[in-house]
Design a protein around this ligand. Structure first.
Ligand code: SAH
Length: 354
């Protein structure tokens, strides 16, 4: 499930098969949703039988589904080791977006995010990342009675920090972009980061998908209090990495996410500072009304406060959209994903005096 074209060709090579087998097998798995080698009619019975002894085509297992009144679906998907992650399907009139997880839990500890409360267990493998897409695409085709493709956009905005798992995320993105698999354009695949600066260049080299950055504050003093990662990678180097990400392509812009937290980051002064900050980066801004979760002391900014904030950014020439809240009745909105994060067994490390 997690092998991209190169990886699958190498796998075939190691079995003594010709690498082009990868090109026969990828569409079976990803476009037709076939998990049984025997059903792959063009690869021959002998290879199918051999593959069945050395490989499995597996995805995370559906544990539960919640459907909200607006059509948003949240799935709890179980992994082989007992952990579980959440994946969210967001249907819209002009697109169908899948929001996928990249880690079990999250280590970044952003003050306003429910996933942070769960702690961190481990990275997902590329197979577990692509497996969410494979499950969603073929499950939705079945229940919606659709023959053709359902998902049009993928966002790495579920549980976890994708750029702390950049190797597997790049491998997974390769599969999403490959015409023999999901064939999505890089505009339709978005990786969101809280600002892990050194991994941004790696993503751009490995799989230059669209980039979103969770900013949430226009200055270091405030951002330090909301997002501990800012103490390691402050705003100035983050902005430089954003400029570098889109350099050389005048049509590309970075999306900046900004959760509207009442009385914290939502004043006119914050909007003006944000407009100043983003003057030097090709940017668009997504304002996300804060989504509450049990135990949080933050609250959502009032609609008129969000409108005023947005008006200041528009006035400064910034494309700014207020995100419509989807799926919060089922705990599926931004920042509400929790899953089941098992405690990681701690290894005992003994230090010897040498
Ligand atoms: N770790 C990555 C991917 C998560 S994307 C990142 O930080 O970008 C999820 C988005 O929802 C991020 O922009 C995150 O900051 C935002 N978010 C987290 N908690 C939220 C909440 N309670 N309400 C609204 N947005 C929230």
């Amino acid at each position: 499930m997690g092998l991209d074209r190169t990886g699958l060709a190498a796998f075939m090579g190691a079995l003594g098969e010709r690498p082009f087998r990868a090109q026969q097998i990828l569409p079976w798995i990803h476009q037709r949703g076939v998990a049984d080698f025997a059903a792959m009619t063009n690869i021959g019975k002998a290879l199918a039988a051999h593959l069945a002894t050395v490989a499995v085509i597996g995805a995370p297992a559906l544990l539960s589904e919640h459907v909200s009144a607006d059509g948003t679906r949240k799935w709890l998907l179980g992994l082989a080791d007992g952990n579980a992650i959440e994946t969210v399907f967001i249907p819209e009139t002009d697109r169908n977006t899948l929001c996928i997880s990249s880690q079990v839990g999250c280590a970044l500890d952003c003050a306003f995010c429910a996933t942070a409360r769960q702690g961190f267990s481990r990275n997902l493998t590329a197979a577990e990342i692509v497996g969410q897409v494979w499950f969603a695409e073929h499950y939705l085709r079945r229940i919606l009675g659709r023959g053709e493709r359902v998902l049009s956009n993928i966002v790495f905005m579920g549980m976890g920090e994708p750029l702390l798992n950049v190797k597997e995320v790049i491998m997974a993105a390769d599969v999403l972009l490959d015409d023999l698999a999901y064939g999505l354009s890089r505009r339709r695949v978005t990786v969101s980061t809280a600002g892990v600066v050194p991994a941004m260049a790696r993503l751009q080299e490995g799989a230059p998908v669209s980039l979103a950055v969770s900013l949430h504050a226009p200055d270091d003093a405030l951002r330090d209090t909301l997002m501990p990662v800012n103490r390691k990678y402050p705003i100035a180097p983050l902005m430089e990495a954003c400029r570098a990400y889109v350099r050389g392509d005048s049509r590309r812009r970075v999306t900046f996410e900004y959760a509207m937290l009442a009385g914290v980051n939502d004043g006119p002064g914050h909007a003006q500072a944000l407009a100043r900050l983003l003057r030097t980066v090709p940017a668009k801004v997504n304002l996300i009304p804060f989504n509450p979760f049990p135990g949080t002391s933050f609250t959502r900014s009032a609609p008129e406060v969000i409108d005023r904030f947005r008006a200041i950014l528009l006035e400064a020439g910034l494309t700014t959209v207020t995100r419509r809240t989807r799926g919060d009745g089922i705990g599926a909105a931004c920042g509400q994903l929790a899953g089941v994060v098992l405690e990681r067994p701690r290894r005992v490390v003994r230090l010897h005096a040498v």
